[in-house]
Ligand binder design. Structure first.
Ligand code: NAD
Length: 260
C-alpha cells in the first residue's frame, strides 16, 4: 500500500528505527536507512531489506546532530529516489543523571538529536510534501513525551518538545494532505534500554532481572516490554491512507503506562 513512496527513517541501523524501516519496505516503500554502525553490518542490513521486499534501499550516514547534514540527507534522497513522501524522525539517545550532575554537553546532544533534528528534517522535507499534496511525518517521541521520570531531564524535555513540534507541523500541513503524528512508546527492548538496565543494575547493586521487574516493567501494566514490531506496525498504520484524518496526535504504545 506504500508502493512508490519514498521514506527516510532516521536512526534506523538499530532498534525501533530498523523495525520501522522493515515495516515500510514490507509495504512497498523505497527506504533510506540512517544511523551509526559498523559499515559491513550496515551494508548487510541494506541488502537484506532490499532483497526481502524487492524495494530500493539505500544507507545515508548523516549525523542527526548536525543541521547541515540533515538538509543534505533530504537532498541526497531526492536525487537518488525522488522527493520524500514519508519522514520518520526516530534517531535518539539517552543519558540518565540528576540535574545537578547532568553534563551540559549531554543536554546539548540530546536536545539536538531527539528534538532539533526533527525540526531540521521536517523543514527540509515538508515543502515538497505540501506541493505534491501527500505526506506523512511520524515523530518517534516516548511515553516520556507525556509524563516525566526523575534523572531524565534532557530526554523528557526533548520528547515533550517533539510533541509540541508535531502539533504545529500537523496544523501547518493539514490542508495539504500531509499528516504529522507522534508515537509514544513505553519500554521496548532495544540497545538503548539494555544500556539503561545495565547501568541501573550497577548503580543499585541488583541483578538485571530484578531491575527489569522493579524499575522498568513496574511502570508498564502489561508487565512486558512493547515489541519493536508493535511500534513499527503503529508507524506503518499512521503512514497509510486509512490514517489520513489522524493528525497532531501523540499516540501511546506503552502497555497502559500513561493510563496510570
Ligand atoms: P537504539 O539505540 O537501538 O537506536 C538508535 C538509533 O539512532 C541507532 O540507529 C543510532 O545509530 C541512531 N543514532 C544515534 N545518534 C545518532 C546521530 N547523531 N545521527 C544519526 N543517527 C543516530 O534506540 P531505540 O530504543 O531503537 O530508540 C529509537 C527511538 O525510540 C529514540 O528516539 C528513542 O528515544 C525512542 N524510544 C525508545 C524507547 C525504548 O524503550 N527503546 C521508548 C520510547 C522511545
Amino acid at each position: 500500500e506504500l508502493e512508490g513512496r519514498v521514506a527516510i527513517v532516521t536512526g534506523s541501523t538499530s532498534g525501533i528505527g530498523l523495525g520501522v524501516a522493515e515495516a515500510l519496505a514490507a509495504r512497498g516503500a523505497a527506504v533510506v536507512l540512517n544511523g551509526f554502525g559498523d559499515a559491513a553490518a550496515v551494508e548487510d542490513t541494506t541488502r537484506r531489506i532490499s532483497d526481502a521486499h524487492a524495494v530500493p534501499v539505500r544507507y545515508d550516514g548523516a549525523d542527526m546532530s548536525d543541521p547541515a547534514q540533515i538538509e543534505a540527507l533530504v537532498e541526497r534522497t531526492r536525487r537518488a529516489f525522488g522527493p520524500t513522501d514519508i519522514l520518520v524522525n526516530n534517531a535518539g539517545i539517552q543519558h540518565v543523571a540528576p540535574i545537578e550532575e547532568f553534563p551540559p554537553e549531554k543536554w546539548d546532544a540530546i536536545t539536538a538529536i531527539n528534538l532539533s533534528a526533527a525540526f531540521h528534517a521536517t523543514r527540509a522535507a515538508l515543502g515538497a510534501m505540501k506541493e505534491r499534496g501527500w505526506g506523512r511525518i511520524v515523530n518517534v517521541a516516548s511515553a516520556h513525551g507525556l509524563i516525566a521520570s526523575p534523572f531524565k531531564s534532557a530526554y523528557v524535555a526533548a520528547k515533550h518538545g517533539v510533541i509540541g513540534l508535531t502539533k504545529v507541523t500537523a496544523l501547518e500541513a493539514a490542508e495539504h494532505g500531509v499528516t504529522c503524528n507522534a508515537v509514544c512508546p513505553g519500554y521496548v527492548w532495544t540497545p538503548l534500554v539494555a544500556g539503561q538496565v545495565a547501568a541501573q543494575a550497577r548503580a543499585h547493586g541488583l541483578s538485571e532481572k530484578e531491575v527489569i521487574r522493579t524499575v522498568f516493567l513496574a511502570e508498564q501494566p502489561t508487565r512486558r516490554f512493547a515489541t519493536i514490531e508493535e511500534i513499527a506496525a503503529t508507524v506503518a498504520f499512521l503512514c497509510s491512507d486509512g490514517a489520513a484524518s489522524i493528525t497532531g496526535v501523540a499516540l501511546p504504545v506503552d502497555g497502559g503506562w500513561t493510563a496510570h
